[in-house]
Design a protein around this ligand. Structure first.
Ligand SMILES: [Zn+2]
Length: 298
């Protein structure tokens, strides 16, 4: 269209060009503004609020690894859940799931140890949907260091990392540094870090308590969250994988002498004492039916 601009219409063409450039600039500004406006305000709460995120699904058909027969397990696949607690005194994330980088990749690329990883949503995007940026997170807690729980941990390296020595040492061992997924949590090495001993009441009011449940790994932990309306819940981590492990009293062979038996007993006593519900994050039944972010439990 510019080629057709003759001398008589030069002014009009110049104006048109200026308007077009102005329009483009305004459009770019608007795009930036609307992107920023898409982030809702950070939720303000007067009592703890718990969000559950879809952090992927593992396609797995080997319940034998957990000492269960296939006919004993209703669904052998596993949901992958991440959780955010918004407490009046701060934000805590518990587990960071499968890596956001898996989204959109072909399935054949995403097979680890025989587990197919499926991921449609990013954790970072789900947090943004509720107005939370990684820099807003005050505390990072990983139930343990296995690859389906640490996928996006580097994003939260600015938070205070609460971790048990056994897991910390393992994560930064010479052997672990050679693992493909080391780069997903490597930045935590420089994070502000609190090394835990025993259970830890994070905010000092008993509403968010890290529970030492060693066994699956040496520094494995579960999380007790006391909610005003929902009541207390315990987020299992990998203390259990399938719900059927509870009724049938099964556990992986290698965990029998590692502390899992004692940790399960400790949690059972806590459930009985407090009336808390146990949320098994990998259970497909739980994963399908739990209310996910942007909804919440309070
Ligand atoms: Zn797991």
């Amino acid at each position: 269209m510019f080629a057709k601009c003759g001398s008589v219409r030069k002014v009009r063409c110049g104006q048109l060009l200026a308007l077009l450039l102005l329009g483009l600039a305004a459009g770019a500004t608007l795009a930036r503004a609307s992107f920023a406006a898409e982030l809702p305000p950070l939720p303000q709460v007067s009592s703890p609020r718990l969000y559950v995120f879809d952090c992927g699904t593992l396609i797995n058909n080997k319940p034998e690894d957990y000492n269960l027969k296939r006919e004993e397990v209703k669904d052998t696949n596993m949901g992958v859940t991440c959780y955010l607690v918004i407490h009046p005194k701060g934000l805590l994330i518990y587990d960071t799931g499968l890596s956001d980088r898996l989204v959109g990749r072909p399935l054949y690329e995403n097979v680890v140890d025989g587990y197919g990883q499926i991921k449609f949503n990013t954790l970072i995007g789900q947090l943004a949907d509720i107005g939370v940026r990684p820099v807003d997170i005050d505390y990072l807690v990983l139930s343990h260091y296995h690859w389906d729980h640490i996928g996006n941990a580097n994003e939260f390296a600015g938070a205070m990392w609460l971790v048990y020595k056994g897991d910390h040492d393992q994560m930064f061992s010479k052997e672990a540094r050679a693992y493909a997924w080391f780069n997903q949590y490597s930045a935590l090495e420089k994070s502000r870090t609190t090394v835990l001993k025993g259970d830890r009441d994070v905010f000092g009011d008993g509403t968010v308590v890290i529970l030492a449940t060693p066994g699956h790994t040496e520094g494995h932990c579960s999380l007790l969250v006391r909610l005003k309306n929902t009541g207390p819940v315990v987020l299992s981590g990998d203390l259990y994988h399938y719900a059927e492990e509870r009724g049938l009293n099964r556990l992986p062979e290698e965990e029998k002498a590692m502390g899992t038996v004692e940790s399960r007993q400790k949690i059972d006593e806590l459930l009985q004492r407090t009336g808390a519900k146990l949320w098994i994050g990998h259970s497909m039944d739980f994963f399908r039916t739990v209310r996910k972010s942007p909804a919440w439990y309070d």
